[in-house]
Design a protein around this ligand. Structure first.
Ligand SMILES: O=CC(=O)O
Length: 309
């Protein structure tokens, strides 16, 4: 019987599907390197954000497929995977609604500093700052979407009722119902809300940096629901502290899991969530099932079709 390790928190749907197909499932909610190696004989593995590279792959002789539970696969070493003939899959689109809802929430929360206003009831913090800063509405504004895949397009769809103008940046041309495609500089210079929804790659690392903050409007709000690596966090903290931009909403930071020391948590104009954009019952079910289906397809021989690019 083939074995699949379902690592980290996921939906039971993955386990049920794999078992219904006759696989032995080992479930491990706290996957660490040691936990992986305890089950080094597995044929497939379903992982979330745990770094997975050569040191693990080389010790798992039967491993044929690593299914990334989500979209970004920056935690998986693709070169090592191809050297070991391991297929890597991801689940584009399966969590787009949850992540787009999170982006909408961040625009509204960071735009109006709702979190800090709630906190001020009980801890008295930031009262002077909040009295002097009223925040801004999303309605009628220009929104820059950097990344226009499943998630960017879903954000655009959700924005329809807000009567915004959308400027979208992507590698490929798209029809943008609420606006049009634009260059990065057009977005930096014109957008009131800049949303980053790109993967972490060598090309996107720190693409949002001090020189970008200088190009952005002083009233702009940055929302990052892609990866922490997209934003130079030190420069972001500086830009927020000096009010070079008005605010930020981030679900992802450079060093995760985020800890209480992260300076973004202590600024009155930043709103932070701990990389939870895709955590909803619906998204977890969709993603888990899609990842489990990919594992089965690969283990049954349909490899090339599912490889991430
Ligand atoms: O972070 C979430 C994902 O990569 O889907």
């Amino acid at each position: 019987m083939k074995k699949v390790l379902v690592a980290n928190m996921t939906s039971q749907k993955a386990v049920d599907y794999l078992e219904s197909k006759g696989y032995q499932v080992i479930k491990n909610d706290q996957a660490s390197d040691d936990d992986f190696l305890e089950h080094a004989d597995v044929d497939g593995i379903l992982i979330m954000m745990h770094p997975f590279g050569e040191s693990l792959m080389s010790k798992m002789p039967n491993l044929k497929v690593v299914a990334r539970h989500g979209v970004g696969y920056d935690n998986v070493d693709l070169d090592a995977a191809s050297a070991h003939d391991i297929v890597v899959t991801n689940t584009p689109g399966a969590n787009a609604t949850a992540v787009a809802e999170t982006a909408m929430m961040h625009m509204l929360m960071a735009g109006r500093m709702f979190y800090q206003r709630r906190q001020a009831i009980t801890d008295n913090a930031n009262k002077r700052y909040l009295a002097a800063h009223h925040g801004q509405e999303l309605t009628g504004k220009t929104v820059g979407l950097i990344g226009y895949g499943h998630i960017g397009q879903e954000i655009n769809r959700m924005l329809t009722g807000f009567n915004v103008k959308v400027l979208a940046y992507a590698r490929h041309q798209h029809e943008v119902t609420n606006g049009h495609m634009a260059t990065l500089d057009e977005i930096y210079e014109q957008a009131d809300f800049v949303v980053t929804a790109l993967p972490a790659t060598p090309e996107t690392k720190h693409m949002i940096n001090a020189s970008v903050f200088r190009k952005m409007k002083k009233s702009a709000v940055l929302v990052n629901i892609g990866r922490g690596a997209l934003v130079d966090e030190e420069a972001l903290v500086e830009a927020l502290t000096n009010e070079e931009i008005a605010g930020a909403g981030v679900d992802v930071v450079e060093k995760e899991p985020i800890t209480a020391e992260n300076p973004l948590l202590h600024l009155p104009n930043a709103f932070v969530t701990p990389h939870v954009a895709m955590i909803s019952k619906e998204a977890m079910d969709n993603v888990a099932l899609k990842a489990a289906e990919d594992i089965v397809r690969v283990l049954e021989g349909e490899r090339a079709v599912f490889q991430v690019n």
